[in-house]
Design a protein. Structure first.
Length: 215
């Protein structure tokens, strides 16, 4: 029985991967908004109903790696040893999150992924929805890591600040990739910005005094 279950799970995994691969190929070739679920089903050799057995929405097909990436972010916090900096652990996650763990060998895929989001309002809205989910999950992980003695709302504020920092860095990465900069160069040139952003998170914004002559 266990062997049958194992084979069944392998078949389901292969079917899911086939559907996702077909979807991403079509999205990158024709643009996300121009592709229908029927197109994806036809490309994958399955029915539309089968597609929806594995993915609730078309957006879920595009952001299929959202759950694993969210889990990696939470694990980075939970795997911190007592006394270690959670902020440093999050800093080390940024580029992994923004490239879905892709290496420079997959640079074209990363660039096409970000370009598709820029071109589709539907994907931009879904990305914002995913950010709200990530904020809730990250807040819980940070609350657990920081402990009951942490100031009120510190975990929620830290989660919001990390995600804001990730968004700023992600916008710069996206801009560089859309200008045709190789991923390896973009990574290297983003490191000083990442250091600056996380230094600001560590030290705080300060009083933010307005410059210029008084009115």
């Amino acid at each position: 029985m266990s062997e049958q279950l194992g084979l069944r799970e392998q078949h389901k995994r292969r079917t899911r991967d086939t559907i996702n691969a077909a979807a991403m190929s079509l999205f990158f070739e024709h643009g996300y908004d121009s592709v229908t679920v029927a197109d994806i089903a036809r490309q994958a050799g399955v029915s539309v109903a089968t597609v929806f057995n594995y993915f609730d929405t078309k957006e879920d097909l595009f952001f299929d790696e959202g759950d694993p990436l969210q889990a990696a972010l939470v694990d980075a916090v939970r795997c911190c040893a007592p006394g270690d900096s959670v902020l440093l652990a999050l800093r080390q996650q940024v580029l992994y999150q923004l490239t879905a763990g892709r290496t420079d060998a997959d640079a074209d895929e990363v660039a096409r992924f970000h370009a598709a989001i820029v071109e589709s309002p539907d994907l931009q809205r879904h990305e914002q929805h995913l950010q709200l989910e990530r904020r809730q999950v990250l807040t819980r992980a940070l609350a657990e890591a920081l402990g009951a003695d942490a100031p009120p709302l510190s975990a929620e504020l830290a989660a919001a600040q990390y995600l804001a920092a990730e968004a700023v860095i992600g916008a710069e990465l996206r801009s560089r990739l859309l200008r045709g900069q190789p991923l390896a160069h973009a990574r290297a040139q983003l490191e000083p910005l990442i250091d600056q952003v996380f230094s600001t998170l560590r030290t705080g914004l300060g009083p933010m005094v307005r410059v210029g002559a008084p009115r």
